[in-house]
Write a protein that binds this ligand. Structure first.
Ligand code: GLA
Length: 376
């Protein structure tokens, strides 16, 4: 655990409320190594937690009021009983949505929450889910209520889907809750089966370089819902519970075929990646990452110019493979890079962005970190 981060949150709480918090809970952002737009198709994903986290310092209140502050900036208090989907609409919708869902689970006490963190916002690294997960753990912790990670993940999904209005799947919150240091989490979303697969790229002289394009993505009202609806329609037409159950796109209407092709091939790529990791064949993962990007760009059509330039420039500079991650339409890409040439790759990506007139990307090496929990 990062004790500086949790100390900062506790100090911010004390400055604002004049007393120490009851506890501090935190949750990480995530990188998804591979398995994109498969989660809501009952498929496979392979994320790891990143060191960047959101911290929630919290204390209970007796009056059914939720107060929220981002660092030292407090927002007007919210009455839990008055919370309704659609209001508020800014960042406070994430913690408010979690409180709204937990209220339906009998967690009715109010709370003071002070939030700090270093997960970049809108970068496809799950800053919102890390906030939701840390909030859920804080509210459950204050209520001294135990819950399984599976239940917490579903409640967070409900907050996203029903309160915030983003029809997202289970990838991000499960990653934030369940990932462990030095591993990727192999998750079968349909069955909930999880396996922690050791992932130490540095032992193979490799790094996972995150390229944050700084183009903000928006999953509410974007093409995300449209893609999801297309997949659900395909499953309905073929009379199966989810696209996970299809092994061909043949016979479907033309407009749905590329979507289904992406999901089928992406699930296969996750399984291949896991097999390669188990055999320590890290270099061979590169082409699978690149194939995933091509499939997301051409079949699923959720990439954008900045993500394409990031992936292409990284490969041109010697990355073994590169792909966009997360929902798409902006956010981040990752590249699997031999450690010795990481500075060259970074330079080439920065130059390509400048050539295209894009704002400078933010780049860092991501190392699998610990999942969510109570820090103090
Ligand atoms: C977003 C969603 C996830 C998942 C990814 C795409 O991150 O929150 O549920 O669907 O997009 O893989």
């Amino acid at each position: 655990m990062n004790s500086t981060g949790s100390n900062n949150a506790a100090e911010a709480f004390e400055r604002l409320h004049g007393v120490a918090p009851t506890g501090v809970w935190s949750a990480p952002g995530r990188v998804n190594l591979i398995g994109e737009h498969t989660d809501y198709n009952d498929g496979f994903v392979l994320p790891f937690a990143i060191p960047q986290r959101t911290w929630v310092a919290a204390a209970p209140r007796e009056d059914g009021v939720l107060t929220l502050a981002s660092g030292s900036a407090a927002v007007p208090p919210l009455r839990l009983a008055d919370l309704e989907p659609g209001s508020p609409r800014d960042w406070t919708a994430y913690p408010a949505g979690v409180a709204w869902v937990l209220r339906q689970q009998g967690i009715t006490g109010g709370a003071d929450l002070v939030i700090t963190g270093d997960v970049p916002h809108g970068s496809g690294l799950s800053s919102s889910h890390s906030l939701e997960v840390a909030t859920a753990l804080a509210l459950l912790g204050l209520a001294e209520t135990e819950a399984s990670t599976g239940d917490v993940a579903k409640w967070v999904q409900q907050a996203e889907n029903d309160f915030v209005g983003a029809p997202t799947g289970l990838l991000d919150q499960t990653a934030s809750l369940c990932c462990t240091e030095a591993h990727v989490l192999f998750l079968d979303v349909r069955t909930g089966r999880q396996e922690q697969v050791p992932f130490d790229a540095s032992r193979h002289g490799l790094e996972v370089l995150v390229i944050d394009t700084r183009v903000s993505h928006e999953l509410v009202g974007s093409g995300y819902a449209e893609r999801r609806a297309g997949c659900e329609e395909a499953a309905r037409l073929r009379n199966v519970p989810a696209v996970r159950d299809l092994d061909t796109e043949a016979g479907l209407p033309e407009r749905l075929r590329p979507l289904v092709r992406h999901v089928i091939t992406e699930n296969e790529r996750v399984l291949k990646t896991v097999a390669l990791l188990r055999e320590d064949r890290y270099e061979e993962i590169g082409p699978l990452l690149s194939a995933s990007h091509a499939s997301l760009r051409d079949d699923y059509r959720v990439s954008c110019a900045e993500l394409d330039v990031a992936a292409q420039a990284a490969e041109d500079a010697g990355a073994l493979g590169a792909r966009m991650i997360g929902g798409g339409f902006g956010g981040s890409a990752i590249a699997l890079v031999p450690a010795g040439i990481r500075p060259d790759v970074e330079r080439c990506v920065a130059e390509a962005f400048a050539r295209h007139g894009f704002a400078a990307p933010r780049m860092f090496t991501a190392i699998p970190a610990a999942g969510a929990g109570r820090d103090r």
